[in-house]
Ligand binder design. Structure first.
Ligand code: ADP
Length: 258
């Protein structure tokens, strides 16, 4: 039932996962992980069996955003069982190491960690949303080249410098023949909670311009909203906590256009 071109049954080589959707960004801090969890939750609210894989090996934030703690089980001592939160299955390197342990790994170690995380014991999933690290490095290439990814969603702020980097991420996926499903513009406008004044902190129209230039859809434009940040920090992302909010509706709108 995932509507469009993105979802082609059987694309994923992971036995129980039908589709992998990668969420990427050119630079860090633009809201990629926030987007990945909320998109996965939006898909789950629409009835998809959804999961989220934190492939941001060097800066895993999905456990915090989903309020996960403790260690995942490994019934056979080899493969790991994903944890569950808010109707999602979730796996992250952050669940396997202490929160303040740095991952001082070169590329091959990081990519082998990614492979192990991918090989978790997922229950049947319609969509696995993969939160990539920022940029265009080893992890992105491993995922794009070794595994048939249904498509990529690129997250950017409207700021020129952010869309410049997002363009590189977009072109990387084009080069490795992963379809770009669309852009999500994040932190587009800030509405003052005191006076209601709307300010375009990172400029206007960046997402729209980039979408038009590359002929990809702008899937959603999210405001800079304190509730989005607070809910992620509290471990209950906005789509789960406030499903009727405008932000949750925007994420569901994006999910339906995949
Ligand atoms: P990235 O994965 O790109 O590094 P994150 O998703 O971790 O970015 O977001 C960076 C910070 O910005 C986090 O503190 C997050 O809660 C906050 N944030 C992300 N999107 C929004 C938003 N739309 N409104 C308010 N805060 C946001």
């Amino acid at each position: 039932r995932l509507p469009a071109h993105a979802v082609q049954p059987g694309l994923s080589p992971l036995a129980n996962v039908r589709n992998l959707v990668a969420v990427a960004s050119g630079k860090g801090g633009v809201g990629k992980s926030t987007t990945a969890v909320n998109l996965a939750l939006a898909l789950a609210q629409d009835g998809w069996r959804a999961g989220v894989l934190d492939a941001d090996i060097y800066g895993p934030s999905i456990p915090t955003m989903l309020g996960l703690s403790g260690r995942p089980d490994s019934p056979d001592g080899k493969t790991i069982e994903p944890m569950r939160a808010h109707g999602l299955q979730a796996m992250s390197i952050g669940l396997l190491v202490d929160a303040d342990t740095p991952m001082i790994w070169r590329g091959p170690m990081a990519t082998s960690a990614l492979t192990q995380l991918l090989d978790s014991r997922w229950d049947d999933l319609d969509v696995l949303v993969v939160d990539l690290p920022p940029g265009t490095g080893d992890i992105q290439l491993t995922l794009a080249q070794k595994i048939p990814v249904a498509g990529a969603v690129i997250v950017t702020t409207p700021q020129e410098i952010a869309t410049l980097d997002a363009r590189k991420a977009l072109r990387m996926f084009e080069k490795v023949n992963v379809p770009v499903l669309g852009l999500i513009e994040n932190m587009a406008v800030h509405v003052c909670s005191n006076c209601g004044h709307a300010e375009h902190v990172f400029g206007t129209g960046g997402g729209e311009r980039m979408a038009a230039q590359y002929g990809v859809p702008l899937l959603a434009s999210l405001p800079l909203d304190v509730a989005i940040r607070e809910q992620s920090d509290a471990g209950v992302p906005i789509v789960a906590a406030q499903p009727a909010s405008a932000a949750a509706q925007a994420y569901r709108g994006a999910a339906r256009r995949l």
